[in-house]
Design a binder for this molecule. Structure first.
Ligand SMILES: CC(C)(COP(=O)(O)OP(=O)(O)OC[C@H]1O[C@@H](n2cnc3c(N)ncnc32)[C@H](O)[C@@H]1OP(=O)(O)O)[C@@H](O)C(=O)NCCC(=O)NCCS
Length: 364
């Protein structure tokens, strides 16, 4: 039963797919969607344009997409959930219920991807209102997707700056290579299962704290720091306790996360940023200095979560909606990977090395 084939825990370093969608260059701090730099896409594009680019390969900066209608069965399902359900659980359930109302033929198409990506913001907004004892709001087809999501969540149309800031967050969250949830979506697709099943599975993978990130923890830590004068002492005490600084370090990026750079600009140009944004930038400077001193061997730089926090707070989302909002943004990437996987499909079926007991007889 010896098996000398190489085993890579966590599949680290194993190339398990070819993709033309996202390029994550950890050394140089570059992120490209179909070759275009993330900073340029944030500056000149919108989430619907970026989603369309990922699905079709075509760049149309003016591409628009409204949020979608909720089938009656989905609304009933959302109303049946306890108000205490986590928004990620509600979103995963909604996607699954939506799949049950559709005829999702194989192979998955850009039209299917568009329909699901438009549906999910309406579903999350509806759940947030239902749990607060409010009625869901129907989509307004005149609003672009992110603006429409905020309108259905809050009941008022967001100002242009607020909509723009959340749209930028959606653009940077849209795609990030073969991360765990995207891999999950590709594995499910490789069995010729449907797009809704792939995305429901991906949401399940993203729900785990090792993947979904926690910009809300950044908010907590900035509040703990309290003031610029206390920043250095707080950073040192936190590291001395063996705790991690939220919003720093990354498995792939050794350079400054290009998504953090793009969101920092967005946060700083917001009309109503949270009042602690200036404190956060001061904490960032101190944290980068101290991390460089303590880890000269390992470049630990700011990651996307650090500036996602002020953007999400600044647009008025409550921290418990942050992970599900990230999932909405990642719909574009997941569904683009589903289409890409289906177009050149091979069932994903790796091997396991058997380390159990040798062949033996049942006890008599
Ligand atoms: C993202 C993260 C999980 C990557 O983990 P990883 O790839 O295992 O980290 P590395 O291998 O680069 O860590 C190397 C060293 O730096 C330390 N380190 C990494 N990130 C750190 C952080 N944010 N604060 C303090 N120390 C950190 C580790 O403790 C490790 O030191 P050790 O070996 O003495 O324990 C990790 O950086 C982290 O926990 N960051 C904080 C949470 C966060 O911001 N998550 C969102 C990511 S987008």
């Amino acid at each position: 039963m010896t098996d000398d084939r190489p085993y890579s825990p966590g599949l680290e370093g194993v190339v398990a797919a070819e993709t033309g969608l996202g390029y994550v260059d950890g050394e140089q701090g570059r992120l490209l969607y179909r070759g275009y730099r993330i900073g340029d896409l944030v500056e000149h594009g919108t989430y619907p344009a970026v989603a369309n680019l990922l699905w079709t390969g075509d760049w149309d900066a003016g591409h628009r997409m409204a949020t979608g209608e909720l089938p009656e069965g989905v609304l009933k399902t959302l109303r049946a959930l306890p108000a205490t359900a986590k928004p990620m659980d509600a979103l995963r359930t909604a996607v699954s219920a939506w799949g049950a109302t559709q005829e999702l033929a194989w192979p998955p198409t850009a039209e299917q991807a568009r329909a699901l990506t438009a549906f999910s913001p309406s579903a999350l907004a509806a759940f947030a209102r239902i749990r607060a004892g409010q009625e869901p709001i129907a989509p307004d087809p005149s609003l672009n997707l992110v603006e429409g999501f905020l309108y259905q969540l809050k009941g008022t149309r967001p100002d242009a700056g607020t909509a723009r800031a959340l749209d930028a967050y959606f653009v940077v969250g849209a795609e990030h290579g073969l991360n765990a949830s995207t891999f999950t979506a590709r594995v499910i697709t490789s069995t010729r299962s449907d797009l809704a099943s792939a995305v429901a599975g991906a949401i399940g993978a993203l729900k785990g704290p090792l993947h979904g990130g926690a910009p809300s923890e950044v908010v907590e830590q900035i509040h703990q720091v309290g003031s610029v004068e206390r920043a250095e002492q707080w950073v040192n005490e936190t590291l001395d306790k063996g705790e991690r600084l939220m919003g720093f370090g990354h498995r792939v990026y050794r350079a400054y996360d290009p998504r953090a750079a793009a969101l920092r600009k967005v946060a700083e140009s917001m009309e109503h940023p949270p009042e602690w944004l200036a404190l956060a930038t001061a904490v960032e400077d101190v944290a980068l200095k101290v991390l460089a001193e303590r880890h000269p061997e390992r470049a630990l730089k700011t990651n996307v979560e650090f500036y996602a926090a002020p953007v999400l707070m600044g647009v008025g989302l409550t921290p418990d909606l942050f992970p599900a909002t990230f999932a909405l943004a990642r719909h574009a990437g997941w569904t683009a990977h589903v289409i890409e996987q289906a177009a050149d499909n091979r069932l994903i079926r790796p091997d396991a090395r058997y380390i159990g007991p040798a062949e033996r007889d049942l006890p008599s």
